[in-house]
Ligand binder design. Structure first.
Ligand code: MN
Length: 164
């Protein structure tokens, strides 16, 4: 079950009569017991950035990474937490029209499955501000850490490539 309030911010920011993005009410196919997914979307908004999304409890927890993820061990990248997105967003590619939130082209840069490398749930790890995962993508394979740096309204995290 998806807690509706989790996607309230997402839904509020968008007008689905104008944007081709999936509405939070759109159903995504559920694969229970399967490994959770991740997606990295290249977003040509006013500033090019990469949206990093991890499936956590039936939604996509999301971060905007201005420079995109690094594949070099120990290299840190700023990742600004953004609103949770619906699972269906993992398949989204298209152009958000001018004047809409996040206007610009969205392309899938990489996607795949991931493993939680901590012995607590992903939800707990996110709450704690310390996520450790192994990504199984096409462009990216390896261990990453996400470390929260502050607890503001838009928390800043660091995405760090770990030595595998
Ligand atoms: Mn974005």
């Amino acid at each position: 079950m998806i807690k509706k309030d989790k996607l309230q911010d997402y839904q509020k920011k968008r007008n689905f009569r104008h944007s081709p993005e999936p509405s939070a009410t759109e159903k995504a196919k559920t694969k229970k017991g399967k490994m959770p997914i991740f997606v990295i979307q290249e977003h040509h908004a006013s500033h090019l950035h990469y949206d990093f999304r991890l499936e956590i409890d039936r939604v996509l927890a999301s971060w905007a990474i201005p420079k995109g993820p690094s594949t070099k061990p120990k290299e840190k990248r700023l990742a600004v937490e953004t609103e949770d997105h619906p699972l269906a967003y993992a398949k989204f590619e298209g152009t958000i029209p001018e004047g809409e939130y996040g206007a610009g082209e969205v392309l899938i840069w990489d996607k795949g499955k991931y493993e939680n490398q901590r012995d607590i749930s992903m939800a707990k790890a996110k709450k704690e501000g310390k996520i450790e995962i192994f990504l199984h993508g096409k462009k990216i394979t390896g261990s990453y850490a996400l470390i929260r740096m502050d607890t503001s309204k838009k928390p800043k995290w660091l995405l760090i490539k770990r030595t595998d």
